[in-house]
Write a protein that binds this ligand. Structure first.
Ligand code: SAM
Length: 244
């Protein structure tokens, strides 16, 4: 999987991702990350890429042309490399569809993804109309730029790239699978601050452990994310006949 990030702050993205599991995946060439500095595509002698908004108002707007050129530098390379079509181009924006696990799995099917990070008030609408295929928000709040949002997406999508997670890291069950939150985890010592590990986890009885985890998942989802339970009526029924 090749990620391309169009940004005014390439170091922020590179440094943010070049560590731990994602950093290792890059070293092992399971994923690649190209950061493209939009400023390099400015034709202004001071490398400016923003200007005042038509109609007035606060803040600056990123101009269409440098963003378009930065996008073309990636999209055309990808076409020239024999990919049948231009990669999907995701604009990180609070006005997008809120990112979720279904979207992670959808994006993970792609070979290439372009992330377009806005700054200031955002980007001239005309270039967005020409290049963007997906508008994605990472939550209902406003960030100063799209860089952190692109990193969140790259991290989540990378977990689905084969070999990025080692066997130990790739849990069989994770939160969000089947609209459920994961059960609680415990590790040594057996007693900590007078709190004991639930007895069932020490029995070695895998059927019992699995039943307990299932029950815990349902309970936790009901308490913390009732909206997820609503999405899955079968689970709601299961919760009301628990296996204590
Ligand atoms: N004026 C814009 C609006 O009201 O929709 C917000 C601009 S925001 C200050 C600057 C940039 O941060 C945006 O262009 C976008 O790339 C990014 N951004 C801000 N909040 C975001 C969010 N919740 N999800 C993804 N990207 C976000």
């Amino acid at each position: 999987m090749n990620f391309h990030v169009l940004t005014l702050f390439p170091d922020m993205v590179r440094q943010g991702l070049d560590t731990s599991i994602i950093g290792r995946a890059m070293k092992e060439k399971r994923i690649s990350l190209e950061t493209v500095n939009i400023r390099d595509f400015s034709d202004n002698k001071h490398n400016r890429v923003d200007d005042y908004p038509y109609g007035g108002g606060a803040g600056m707007v990123m101009q269409a042309e440098p963003v378009y050129r930065a996008y073309c530098s990636v999209a055309e390379k990808s076409l020239a490399a024999g990919k049948g079509r231009k990669p999907r181009c995701i604009y990180l924006t609070p006005q997008g569809k809120v990112f979720n696990q279904t979207m992670v799995e959808d994006f993970a099917q792609e070979e290439e993804l372009i992330f377009l990070c806005g700054h200031y008030e955002g980007i001239d609408e005309r270039v967005l109309e020409e290049v963007v295929t997906d508008y994605v928000s990472i939550g209902d709040y406003v960030l100063t730029g799209g860089e952190l949002a692109s990193m969140v997406m790259i991290d989540a999508v990378s977990r689905f790239v084969p070999g990025v997670l080692s066997n130990e890291e790739s849990a069989q069950f994770e939160s969000m699978q089947d609209n459920l939150l994961e059960y609680p985890h415990f590790t040594r010592p057996e007693t900590w601050h007078d709190k004991k590990v639930p007895k069932v986890l020490l029995t070695g009885d895998h059927n019992k452990i699995e039943a307990w985890r299932w029950e815990q998942s349902l309970r936790r989802t009901k308490e913390r994310r009732p909206d997820l339970m609503e999405k899955n009526k079968t689970l709601t029924v299961a919760y009301f006949s628990p296996t204590e």
